[in-house]
Structure formats: structure tokens, C-alpha cells
Design a protein around this ligand. Structure first.
Ligand code: CAA
Length: 287
């Protein structure tokens, strides 16, 4: 498949990242199937896209007509077979559990067009392992977007053990066609580049507060105003989802060792389902 053959994108999973990626693809002019397992989940993702497009128009980042046209290009779907009928690229954005990702791709191979290229937006898991449940591991790679996808330019393009050079180049071109800056990651080690750096930063911030050395507010104002990062560490954890960071850490802890042990402060938030902006509260309140 060549870049000019890519017309339609199927995004599997309408959560925080899934709907954001669907929005980015639609804004770039692609036809998009946005699929999730329940009507309510897809509708929720679609509503979020509508909100986001409205916000971008309100801030003059895009025109009203552009927002409307992008929304028109997105078809919310629940039936997997229907959602894959026209897929040139399949982007998997389901929960960060290896078993779920494998199940999903195990089913996708039954319905996806033969030439379609498969990618996963996993933030840390092994690309090679997921690719091996498909019939096309050479046309499978990681395509990792950042939250919020519509505002973050970076996309990590990660090679699995079997990924072909053509696939990596196609997906890099596809990312560029959506106005993104692809960065190639040569090996799928846990956390790739960004999360390998960013998630320990969130964890370390949590350890500082957990040990009583400073408050959340002090750590955040230091990272934001004195270190010059765009958000405080706790604000960022709330933005990406405390559960997302936690799952990445758990995996890094398992594979890379003790230095990555998740701080109890993160564990508590995950257990009490205070996951950040998406649940209305995390380290801060949003309601
Ligand atoms: N769509 C449209 N608008 C959005 C939005 C979205 N998805 N999300 C937020 N906004 C809006 C906000 O509601 C806000 O609007 P109001 O001013 O009306 O309240 C506005 O955007 C804020 O945008 P600004 O440009 O005014 O503010 P900013 O300059 O602070 O930029 C930002 C916002 C781009 C998110 C910036 O804070 C930033 O870069 N933050 C860091 C984000 C980051 O590092 N993300 C990566 C996380 S790691 C990850 O995602 C990987 C993983 O696997 C865990």
C-alpha cells in the first residue's frame, strides 16, 4: 500500500486517545470509522470530538466549516465487521492490556481488507507480541500519539521485530499527512522514548509528595514555572489519566526493574477511580 491509497482509517476504541486520533484523521481529510463495543461509548467519544472541534473553532485554530466537515467524515460504529469494511489503516486504541489487544487483533484479521496496514497506539506494550496474532506482522507497527492528540504534534512510530521498512515509511508519511512529526523508535522496549522519560517523572513527583518533602502544589509550580514544562507533573498525570501512567509504570517495573515501582499515591488514585480529568477528579478537581 502507498500513502496515496490511504483513504479510510478505522479507529478501534473511542476513549480519550481513540476519539482524539479519529478527530486528527478526520481533520486531515480521511474517512473515519470510530468503533467501540457499546453504543454509549462510541457516542461519548463522538460527543467529545464535537466539543473539541467546537473549541478549536472558538479559538480560531480551525474554521467552523472545517469543524463541520471533519465531524461529517466520522462514522460512529459498534459492529466490528462493518467498521473494518473500508479500512486502509487500522488504529487500535483499546485498553492497555496485552490480552485485550491480542483478542481485538485476533478478530480484526477476520474482517479487515487484505491490504490494510495495522497499527497500535499502545503506550508501552510489546509491538512484536501483538503483531504475532495477526496474519501480517510485517505490516504492523506502533503509532503512538500524545494526549491531547489534536494539540500534540509528536507521534512515535515504533518498529516491531517483524515490521518492514515500507510499513514504517508509510506510517511516518501518514503521520505527516495529518500534520504530525513522526519520530522513529527502532525497538519496542517498554515506554519507548517519551513514556520512558515522562512516566518516571510523574512517579518521582508522587514519591516526593508521598514522603512529605513537598506538596502537590509546590511540585507542580516548580515543574511548570521554574523548570518550564508546559504542565505540572500532577496536572499532566490528570491530563493523560493516572491509570494510563500507572499501567505504563507497572509494565516498566515488571520488565525494567525496581526503579520503576509505582508510588502508592498513584495506586490509591487508581483504586479509588479518581483518574484525572476524565473522571472529574484526580490530583485536582474538575467539576
Ligand atoms: N481539543 C480542543 N481543545 C482542547 C483540548 C482538546 N482535546 N484539550 C484542551 N483544550 C482546550 C482547553 O479546554 C483550553 O480551553 P479554555 O482556554 O477555553 O479553557 C485550551 O485548550 C488550552 O489551550 P491553550 O493553547 O490555551 O493552552 P496551552 O498553551 O497550555 O496548551 C496543551 C495546552 C497543548 C495541552 C499544553 O498544556 C501542553 O502541551 N501540555 C503537555 C501535554 C503533554 O505533555 N502531553 C503528553 C502526555 S504523555 C502521553 O500522552 C503519552 C502516554 O502514553 C501517557
Amino acid at each position: 500500500m502507498q500513502l496515496e491509497d490511504v483513504q479510510h482509517v478505522t479507529v478501534l476504541g473511542a476513549g480519550n486517545m481513540g476519539h482524539g486520533i479519529a478527530e486528527v484523521a478526520a481533520l486531515a481529510g480521511y474517512g473515519v470509522s470510530l468503533r467501540d463495543i457499546e453504543e454509549e461509548l462510541v457516542q461519548d467519544g463522538y460527543d467529545q470530538i464535537e466539543w473539541s472541534l467546537g473549541k478549536l473553532a472558538e479559538k480560531d485554530r480551525i474554521g467552523e466549516d472545517e469543524a463541520e466537515a471533519a465531524l461529517d467524515r466520522i462514522e460512529p460504529q459498534v459492529d466490528l465487521e462493518d467498521s473494518l469494511a473500508d479500512a486502509d489503516v487500522v488504529i487500535e486504541v483499546v485498553p492497555e492490556k496485552m490480552a485485550i489487544k491480542k483478542d481485538v487483533y485476533g478478530e480484526v484479521v477476520e474482517y479487515a481488507p487484505e491490504e490494510a496496514v495495522f497499527v497500535t497506539n499502545t503506550s508501552s506494550l510489546s509491538i512484536t507480541e501483538i503483531s504475532e496474532v495477526t496474519d501480517r506482522p510485517e505490516r504492523f507497527c506502533g503509532m503512538h500519539f500524545f494526549n491531547p492528540p489534536v494539540r500534540m504534534d509528536l507521534v512515535e512510530v515504533i518498529s516491531g521485530k517483524h515490521t518492514s521498512e515500507e510499513t514504517l515509511e508509510l506510517i511516518e508519511g501518514f503521520a505527516e499527512s495529518m500534520g504530525k512529526t513522526p519520530v522513529r523508535v527502532r525497538k519496542d522496549s517498554p515506554g519507548f522514548i517519551v513514556n520512558r522519560i515522562l512516566v518516571p517523572l510523574m512517579n518521582e513527583a508522587a514519591w516526593i509528595v508521598d514522603s512529605g518533602d513537598a506538596t502537590i502544589e509546590t511540585v507542580d509550580s516548580t515543574t511548570k514555572f521554574d523548570m518550564g514544562l508546559p504542565m505540572g507533573s500532577f496536572e499532566l498525570a490528570d491530563q493523560v489519566g493516572i491509570d494510563v501512567g500507572y499501567h505504563v509504570l507497572q509494565y516498566m517495573h515488571e520488565v525494567l526493574g525496581e526503579a520503576y515501582r509505582p508510588c502508592p499515591l498513584l495506586v490509591e488514585k487508581v483504586e479509588s477511580e479518581e483518574l484525572g480529568k476524565k473522571t472529574g477528579s484526580g490530583f485536582y478537581d474538575y467539576e
